[in-house]
Design a protein around this ligand. Structure first.
Ligand SMILES: [Zn+2]
Length: 456
C-alpha cells in the first residue's frame, strides 16, 4: 500500500440535547437577550462607521465594543458578549460575499437564539440514578446543565468553544466545538468500491450503484407539509403581531419546520452512514446555487439546501473514515457524456430522461449515466486510469470537437503513487461487470450493445 497521509487538525462539534432547570433557563434566556441586543448595537455601530468610512469596522474594534457593551447587562458570563463580535463579522463577510448587501438585525426575544463562550475544559459528570446517558455538563460561570451524552468526545480533543442554543420548538442544545489531530489521505490509494453521486430531484441523489437508491422522496417532504404550512401562515397573517395567538401559531409553525428538518437530517445521516461504510471512494459534482435553483424550480423548494448539507456531512464522515471524497468540476459534462464510449451529446435536452448514445447505442437513465460519469471522472482526477469501453467513431452528422471529446480519454498520464490492484481491478467505465479492456490493448471492435447495460 502506498498511501500518503498528511497530518493536520480538524474542527468537529458534538451537539447535545440539553434539559436546563427552570432557574438555569432564566439565566440562559437572559444571555440570549443580552447577546441579541449587543449584536444589534454592534450592527448599528458598524453601519454608522460604514457610512462615514465606507468600510466595515475591524475585528478588534468590534470585539472591544462588544465587551464594553456587555458590561451594561447583568449577565454573569462576559464572554458571551465578547463572542457576539466574531458572529457579526462572520455574518458581514457572508452577506458581502453573497452580495445580499445588508445583514439583518436579530429579533430580540425571537424564536431561536444562541450564545457562545470559551470552554477549554468541559467537565461531564454522570448523573446517578438518571437515565443511562444522562450527564451533567458544567458551563463555566453559568452552571451545570443536564444533557443527553449520546456521544463521547475523543480523548485527544482540544476543546475550544461551547454554544448554547434554543431552537424554534423550544428545545435547548449545547454544542461543543473541538479540534483533533487528523491524518487525511492526500494521494491515491487502492480503491475497491468507488461510487459516483449525481444530484437529482426529488430523491436528492442518483448513485452509480443501482443497489443504492434512496427510497424517501427527500425533497418532497416540504411539499408534503405544504398545505399545513400555508394554512398556518394564513392564520398568522390574521393575528396581531405579538399577541398570544400570534405567538402560539408561530410556535406551531416552527414545529412543522422543525419536523421537516428532522426528517431530512435523519435521512441524510442514514444515507451518508451507509455510503461511508460501503464504499471507499466517492465522487460528487460541484453545484452552484444557481444550478441548484435551475433544477429545483419544478419543486418549489429553491432555498432547500439539502444537497449542501448532505455533501458536508458526507465530507466529514469520509474524512474520519480516511476515505476519499472528490468533487468533479462543474464544467465536466456529466449528463451529456456517454458513460460507455465517452461520446458527448451536445444536444441533450433537460427533458430527455433517457440517454441514448448514437455511437454505441447505449441506453441508460439520464441521472444514472451521469452518476457513472461522475464516479469515473472523480477517479481520473484522483489519478486512476479509467478507460472508456470503446473509442467512438466520429459522428458524421455532428461537428465534434476532439479536445473536449473522447479522443483524449483512455490515455491517462502515469501516476507514480498508483498501485494497480490485480485482484481487484478498477471497474471500467461501462460498469462493474462489463468486460475490462486491458491497458495498451487496442480499443474493442465496434460496440455491440451489451444487454446487461440496458438492464442496469
Ligand atoms: Zn456511447
Amino acid at each position: 500500500m502506498n498511501q500518503n497521509f498528511a497530518s493536520k487538525t480538524v474542527h468537529r462539534a458534538v451537539k447535545y440535547r440539553a434539559f436546563p432547570s427552570p432557574t438555569l433557563i432564566l439565566k440562559l434566556e437572559a444571555h440570549f437577550l443580552a447577546c441579541e441586543q449587543i449584536f444589534n448595537y454592534l450592527l448599528d455601530a458598524n453601519e454608522a462607521y460604514r457610512n462615514q468610512y465606507h468600510t466595515d469596522m475591524d475585528g478588534r474594534t468590534l470585539a472591544s465594543l462588544a465587551a464594553k457593551e456587555g458590561r451594561k447587562y447583568p449577565i454573569t458570563n462576559r464572554q458571551a458578549a465578547y463572542y457576539v463580535a466574531p458572529r457579526l463579522i462572520y455574518g458581514l463577510i457572508r452577506s458581502r460575499k453573497e452580495g445580499e448587501g445588508t445583514l439583518k438585525k436579530k429579533e430580540v426575544g425571537g424564536i431561536k437564539a444562541s450564545f457562545t463562550i470559551n470552554c477549554s475544559n468541559p467537565t461531564f459528570t454522570h448523573i446517578r440514578g438518571g437515565a443511562k446517558k444522562r450527564a451533567s455538563l458544567n458551563i463555566p460561570l453559568i452552571g451545570d446543565i443536564e444533557i443527553v451524552n449520546h456521544r463521547e468526545t475523543p480523548e485527544n480533543a482540544k476543546f475550544k468553544l461551547i454554544t448554547v442554543s434554543r431552537n424554534p420548538s423550544g428545545h435547548y442544545f449545547v454544542s461543543l466545538d473541538y479540534e483533533i489531530p487528523h491524518d487525511s489521505l492526500t494521494g491515491p490509494a487502492q480503491v475497491k468500491k468507488p461510487l459516483g453521486l449525481d444530484f437529482s430531484v426529488p430523491k436528492l441523489f442518483v448513485a452509480s450503484d443501482k443497489t443504492l437508491s434512496p427510497e424517501a422522496d427527500m425533497l418532497l417532504v416540504r411539499k408534503r407539509y405544504a398545505n399545513k404550512i400555508n394554512a398556518l401562515h394564513r392564520q398568522l397573517s390574521h393575528c396581531r403581531k405579538g399577541s398570544n395567538n400570534y405567538l402560539k401559531i408561530r410556535q406551531r409553525l416552527a414545529k412543522v419546520y422543525q419536523r421537516i428538518d428532522n426528517i431530512k437530517n435523519d435521512f441524510i445521516h442514514k444515507q451518508t452512514h451507509y455510503i461511508v461504510n460501503s464504499y471507499d471512494f466517492v465522487g460528487v459534482e460541484t453545484l452552484s446555487l444557481k444550478e441548484m435553483c435551475e433544477r429545483f424550480k419544478f419543486y418549489n423548494a429553491v432555498h432547500d439546501d439539502s444537497w449542501y448539507h448532505f455533501v458536508s456531512v458526507l465530507k466529514y464522515k469520509m474524512e474520519d473514515a480516511k476515505k476519499q471524497l472528490r468533487f468533479v468540476s462543474r464544467y465536466y459534462p456529466s449528463s451529456k457524456t456517454c458513460h460507455r464510449c465517452g461520446y458527448i451529446k451536445h444536444d441533450l435536452k433537460l427533458s430527455d430522461r433517457e440517454y441514448v448514445c448514437p455511437i454505441c447505442h447505449n441506453k441508460a437513465d439520464r441521472d444514472y449515466n451521469a452518476a457513472k460519469n461522475i464516479r469515473d471522472q472523480a477517479l481520473r482526477d484522483a489519478g486512476y486510469r479509467i478507460h472508456y469501453n470503446s473509442t467512438p467513431k466520429p459522428n458524421p452528422g455532428q461537428n465534434q470537437n476532439p479536445p473536449s471529446g473522447p479522443a483524449q480519454l483512455g490515455v491517462s498520464p502515469p501516476i507514480p503513487n498508483l498501485e494497480p490492484n490485480k485482484d481487484n481491478p478498477l471497474p471500467n467505465a461501462s460498469g462493474d461487470n462489463a468486460p475490462t479492456r486491458q491497458e495498451g490493448s487496442p480499443p474493442s471492435s465496434p460496440i455491440v450493445p451489451i444487454k446487461r447495460n440496458n438492464v442496469l
